[in-house]
Ligand binder design. Structure first.
Ligand code: HEC
Ligand code: HEC
Ligand code: HEC
Length: 447
């Protein structure tokens, strides 16, 4: 073959491949409808949809700070750039008012919008695809009966080529394995319900499963721990770093109440999850705890801790009230413990029960985790108060503690209190946590 013929043949081959890819990637628009009247949905269906929407965290992602519920516009930072959630109120122009049930179902199951554009998996359709027809219909009924809000989502801030939605077709080909949910006949109904919700609508793995470089969850490492908004979503099940193994009862309480006496409170991005589950049906949350508990737990890592230097020296811990009395820490203590005694002990070692008191830090997963990320986030961001609710509050120590003091305190907590090897790369982790605290204080001030 002459060089020209090879070139021609190569071009033809490339064009055929490109055309095939386009045919695969191309999704047609579905016809717009007149927004359905609220009377066309049954109360019962709307009520079921409301419960499912809580389990799916729809309002958490689709509501921007100080804006109308479900009107979208929340900035979602990803390793690739910022994606904004969309308006899912029934407004005909800026929301999903003209979406048929078929269009809504296609978005939930296949990640394609009414006009046929591929959606970014920041919208967890890789989990939502498991949702049954009946549940998708109930969610549709619920959303279509909300107040319509006129609101345009800001344009995404993504680099080329990720800003081209057609590229997502390739991502889906490689990484998207849509449902349906298949029940495990050897397990009981509660277990199957729990798995259906955890893997599906509740999309727990979206945060708790590690992702590959292309941003897809690594299925073989389900629940081995992931990352969300600069927080570690701790491993669950047999990978859990918890010092006291999570039982079904502890999980059930934590997921609904937002805290557990042996594990502390849900903080960072886990907080909205439990706030939603607090309002969800109790037996659904119990089923999720039942399923999660069946994932097993690691061999117990008993808390046989060496006495702290102060205890070894026969010093008794101070009781609450470091701010008041002559609470000067005993001389000669390592600086990390001095800081702990002065700034933390009153709340964390005074026996005040949760949720208002702080947990005994030795049991906290933030000390036994493989990275200091969450501990630093908590120290730098504190536990902010909630509007009009009695709940846990902790001040932030970002201003009071400089980097040297922070690293001494963290060293004391990790090595002396938890009895574990020091974290490598602590200085870098402190710098990263300071950046995260600075951006979280203006980005999502009070969510
Ligand atoms: C983790 C955050 C997150 C959660 C949870 C979430 N969404 Fe979304 N959703 C998004 C983002 C981001 C987009 C926009 C994706 C894009 O632009 O490609 C989106 C898009 C959508 C769309 C397409 C709308 C359009 O105009 O194209 C629908 C429908 C939708 N979501 C419904 C839901 C429902 C129903 C729930 C709850 C069951 C839910 N979402 C939960 C982040 C989320
Ligand atoms: C005014 C009381 C108060 C003070 C002072 C305080 N905390 Fe807290 N802290 C809390 C409360 C309340 C919580 C939420 C309940 C919980 O999770 O323990 C919390 C949560 C935490 C957590 C998360 C525990 C978990 O796994 O849930 C860590 C870690 C922590 N605090 C560390 C510290 C350290 C270190 C100091 C000292 C620099 C400190 N706290 C000072 C009240 C306080
Ligand atoms: C938006 C991200 C996100 C989602 C979705 C999410 N989590 Fe979390 N989860 C986190 C983060 C971050 C932490 C660590 C912060 C903390 O412990 O308070 C966490 C902590 C936890 C813990 C405590 C682990 C420990 O050892 O202390 C449990 C249990 C948990 N999540 C279960 C779940 C379940 C079940 C679901 C699904 C219903 C879920 N999470 C969904 C982000 C998420």
């Amino acid at each position: 073959m002459s060089f020209r013929r090879i070139l021609l043949f190569g071009c033809l081959l490339a064009m055929t491949a490109f055309a095939a890819a386009l045919v695969y990637a191309w999704r047609s628009a579905l016809a717009p409808i007149d927004p359905p009247s609220t009377a066309s949905f049954s109360d019962d269906e709307v009520r079921r949809g409301a419960a499912l929407a809580l389990i799916g965290d729809c309002r958490t992602c689709h509501t921007a700070p100080d804006a109308r519920t479900f009107a979208g516009g929340l900035a979602m930072p990803t390793p690739f750039g910022t994606i904004y959630s969309t308006n899912i109120t029934p407004d005909p122009e800026t929301g999903i008012g003209r979406w048929s049930l078929a269009a809504f179902t296609r978005a939930m199951r296949e990640g394609v919008d009414r006009e046929g554009r591929h959606l970014y998996p920041a919208f967890p359709y890789d989990h939502f695809s498991l949702t049954t027809d009946g549940d998708v219909k109930a969610l549709y009924a619920f959303l279509m009966t909300r107040d319509a809000v006129v609101a345009h989502a800001p344009a995404n801030d993504l680099p080329f080529p990720i800003n081209i939605r057609l590229v997502l077709a390739g991502w889906k080909l490689l990484f998207f394995h849509p449902g349906p949910f298949v029940a495990e006949p050897s397990r009981d109904a509660q277990w199957n319900r729990g798995r259906y919700l955890v893997e599906g609508l509740a999309h727990c793995g979206a945060c708790h499963t590690p992702r590959n470089l292309m941003g897809a969850e690594i299925g073989s490492r389900a629940f081995a721990g992931g990352e969300a908004e600069s927080w570690t979503a701790f491993p669950l099940g047999s990978h859990s770093p918890a010092r006291i193994p999570w039982t079904e009862a502890a999980l059930g309480h934590y997921l609904r109440a937002g805290w557990d006496a042996d594990h502390g409170a849900a903080l960072g991005p886990m907080r909205p999850v439990v706030e939603n589950l607090a309002e969800a049906p109790a037996d659904d949350v119990a089923a999720m705890a039942h399923y999660l508990a069946s994932l097993g737990h690691p061999v117990e890592k008993p808390l046989a801790l060496a006495p702290t230097p102060a205890e070894a020296a026969g010093l008794r811990p101070q009781s609450a009230g470091w701010q008041t009395a002559s609470a000067a820490p005993p001389a000669g203590l390592p600086p990390g413990q001095t800081i702990f005694d002065a700034a933390c002990r009153a709340c964390h070692a005074a026996g005040r029960p949760l949720p208002l008191g702080g947990v005994d830090l030795a049991v906290s997963s933030s000390l036994s985790a493989s990275s200091p990320q969450n501990l630093l986030n908590i120290l730098l961001q504190g536990v902010p108060a909630r509007d009009g609710e009695a709940g846990p509050i902790m001040p932030n120590f970002g201003g009071a503690l400089d980097d040297a003091a922070l690293s001494a305190l963290v060293g004391y907590l990790r090595q002396d209190l938890a009895g574990l090897a020091p974290w490598p790369g602590l200085a870098d982790a402190i710098a990263a946590a300071r950046r995260a605290a600075a951006s979280s204080s203006h980005a999502r001030a009070d969510r």
